[in-house]
Ligand binder design. Structure first.
Ligand SMILES: Nc1nc2c(ncn2[C@@H]2O[C@H](COP(=O)(O)OP(=O)(O)OP(=O)(O)O)[C@@H](O)[C@H]2O)c(=O)[nH]1
Ligand SMILES: [Mg+2]
Length: 273
C-alpha cells in the first residue's frame, strides 16, 4: 500500500521554512501532548538552526500524569518544554514571556516561527498569543495554506502549514498521528484505526471505555457492539462498522473518551525509564 501523507505542498512548506529561518529568532516546536513522541518531527532539530522552545498542545485532552512525565523527560534532555491547553488558553502568556526573555537586547519584536504537524494548534496558539483571530483555525489537518506573519503582544509570529516527514520509521507513529487527526482520514482505514484505538484503550484506560460504550460482547467485535447500540445498521440488519469507527474516532478526538495519551514510550520515554 502506498500511503500519501507527504504531499508536494509539504515539501514546499519545508523549503519555505528553511528560507524564513534566516530571519527568525526562535522556533516554537509544537507537539501534541497525546502523542509527544510520534508528533515530533525527527528532521526538525537538523532543520532549525535557531533556538527552540517545545510547546505541548492539547494538554486538556492528554493523560496529565504522562504529560508531566514527558515534559520532565524532554527537560532532562536539555530541551525547553511547556505544556498548554489552547482551548482555555492556559500558560500561553508564559510562552510569550519566555520568548521575550530570550532576547533582552533586541531592538525590534522577536520573530517567532511556529512549526508542527498538521492540526496540532499552531494557528490557535498564535491567535491566543496576539489575542485576536489573526490566523484561520479548524478541526482538521491542512487548514493553513500558506505562510502568514501575525503581529501582536510584542512578537512577530510566523504561521505556516503543518508538515509531516516523508518516512515513518514505524507505522504505529503514523497510525497514532491519524487517530489524533494530524493525517487526513482518507489515508488510513478508519475501521482498523478504531479497532487499534479500542484495544489500546481497553488495555490502558479500561474504565473510560466501559463508561462510554459498556462492556464489550464475547461473540462479536467491540465495534459491532458499539455500532448496534448506537443503531448504526445497514439494510438487512448488519452493523455499519465504518460508521461505528467514525463515531469512536470522533469521541476520542473530542475528549469524550477521557484524557488519553497514546505514546507511553515511543522509544524515547522508554529510554529514560
Ligand atoms: N482541546 C484542545 N483543542 C485544541 C488545542 N489546540 C488546538 N485545538 C483545536 O485543534 C484544531 C486545530 O487547530 P489549528 O490551530 O487550526 O491547528 P494548526 O496546527 O494551525 O493546523 P493546520 O493549519 O491544519 O496545520 C482546532 O479545532 C483547535 O480548536 C488545545 O490545546 N486543546
Ligand atoms: Mg494552521
Amino acid at each position: 500500500m502506498t500511503i500519501q501523507w507527504y504531499p508536494g505542498h509539504m515539501a514546499k512548506t519545508r523549503r519555505m521554512l528553511v528560507q524564513e529561518l534566516k530571519v527568525v529568532d526562535v522556533a516554537l516546536e509544537l507537539i501534541d501532548a497525546r502523542v509527544p513522541a510520534s508528533s515530533r518531527n525527527p528532521d526538525l532539530a537538523e532543520l532549525v538552526n535557531k533556538p527552540r522552545l517545545m510547546v505541548l498542545t492539547k494538554c486538556d485532552l492528554a493523560d496529565p500524569a504522562l504529560t508531566d512525565a514527558w515534559i520532565e523527560f524532554y527537560r532532562s534532555r536539555g530541551e525547553k518544554a511547556i505544556g498548554v491547553d489552547l482551548a482555555k488558553g492556559t500558560a500561553v502568556q508564559e510562552i510569550a514571556l519566555a520568548v521575550k526573555k530570550m532576547f533582552p537586547q533586541l531592538k525590534r519584536d522577536p520573530r517567532v516561527m511556529v512549526v508542527g504537524v498538521p492540526n496540532v494548534g499552531k494557528s490557535t496558539l498564535i491567535n491566543r498569543i496576539v489575542g485576536r483571530r489573526g490566523a484561520k483555525v479548524g478541526a482538521r489537518p491542512g487548514v493553513t495554506r500558506g505562510k502568514q506573519w501575525v503581529r501582536g503582544a510584542g512578537l512577530q509570529l510566523l504561521d505556516s502549514p503543518g508538515i509531516l516527514w516523508p518516512k515513518f520509521e514505524d507505522q504505529e507513529a503514523a497510525r497514532k498521528l491519524a487517530i489524533t487527526a494530524a493525517i487526513r482520514d482518507e489515508v488510513f482505514d478508519q475501521v482498523e484505526m478504531a479497532q487499534w484505538l479500542l484495544d489500546f484503550l481497553q488495555e490502558y484506560y479500561r474504565p473510560n471505555v466501559i463508561e462510554r460504550y459498556g462492556e464489550p460482547g464475547e461473540e462479536e467485535h467491540f465495534l459491532e457492539t458499539i455500532g448496534r447500540k448506537r443503531g448504526f445498521l445497514r439494510s438487512g440488519g448488519l452493523v455499519d462498522v465504518e460508521q461505528a469507527a467514525a463515531a469512536v474516532l470522533t469521541d476520542f478526538r473530542s475528549g469524550r473518551l477521557g484524557r488519553v495519551t497514546l505514546d507511553r514510550e515511543g522509544g524515547e520515554l522508554g529510554e529514560a525509564n
